[in-house]
Design a protein around this ligand. Sequence first.
Ligand code: SAH
Length: 359
Amino acid sequence: MPDLALRIARRIRREGPLSIAAFMAIALHDPDAGYYARHDPLGAAGDFITAPEISQIFGELIGLWCADLWRHLGEPQSVILAELGPGSGALLEDFLRAASVLPKFRRALDLCLVEASPVLRARQQRRLAGLGARFIADIDALPPGKLLLIANEFLDALPIRQLVRGRAEWAERLVALDDQDRLVFADGPENPATTLLVPPALRAQPQGTLVEICPPAAALAAALGERLVREPGTALFIDYGYYPSAPGGTLAALRRHAPVLVLDDPGGADLSAYVDFAAFAAAAGAAGAIVHGPVTQGRFLTALGAEARLAALSAGATKAQRGALESGLGRLIDPAQMGNLFKVLALTSPGLPAPAGFD
Ligand code: SAH
């Protein structure tokens, strides 16, 4: 058994079963053996691939989208550009290249990165050297000021809890040990307090139904909502997920682009779950943010002019480069690939016009 699995087993023997959220937090972020503590998931020998790694057009269009919002904010001389989970730094690099066509906008950007992984922090530092980016612990540590915040495939990495409908109430699915000390899923007792965690729209489901909730995503939405009421700005979230809320288990482990069992190799595989955009929107809206979307990634990128950008890039490209540009963008937009599953949601301060792509 790998070391981290042994440590988790020891802890369960001592303290009892763990919530799936507690298991995910250890598996992903344990400082010695957690997945993000040791791996570069996006490296050449990585475990998954994301939109900014597939096409430069993705980050470029987000850069121009933010430039438009900066105009709505009154072209301030300084605006915070925060990215949650910047990965390899590709999105930000493409963003800044596109932003440099508007030198006043580019000069105004105060870059703040939120990144849990020391491996990825080092990679971002190398890639973005000299661009004046700094790391902050979380959004509570953002400096005051007007805000543009972006996050691609960040929410899906946040720990979720799984709740199961019992006979009368809901129960929490836990990570426990079987009689041979292997990690297994086991349902805790039915409990009216657990029922209260289930989104009201999903409570009346048949026995055995599984529902996922993501408390850290709801907390982030609420904190951003409060901030956007206090200070003008916007936040853009792109991820795979569903809208409206839906039952079903989506927690999955990936290694080398292939699914593996969630409990098999804690720390060795990426863990993620679909984002419940309805729950995220509700939490942000309740805190006062104006919610736009979600719209599908395909529709969003098309509305932002993805095809025109492709044509412009293709004009100066070789035949092979043109093919790569086309298939990359196709992958992001095609409904059968990432175009429908991935969704885009924006939060803005009250009083700002609807951002591009959401009108
Ligand atoms: N946005 C990038 C990377 C997505 S992978 C891209 O699109 O390619 C998820 C990213 O979020 C990684 O950078 C990961 O290290 C970071 N991350 C995951 N959980 C985090 C947390 N709790 N706090 C800060 N960063 C986190």
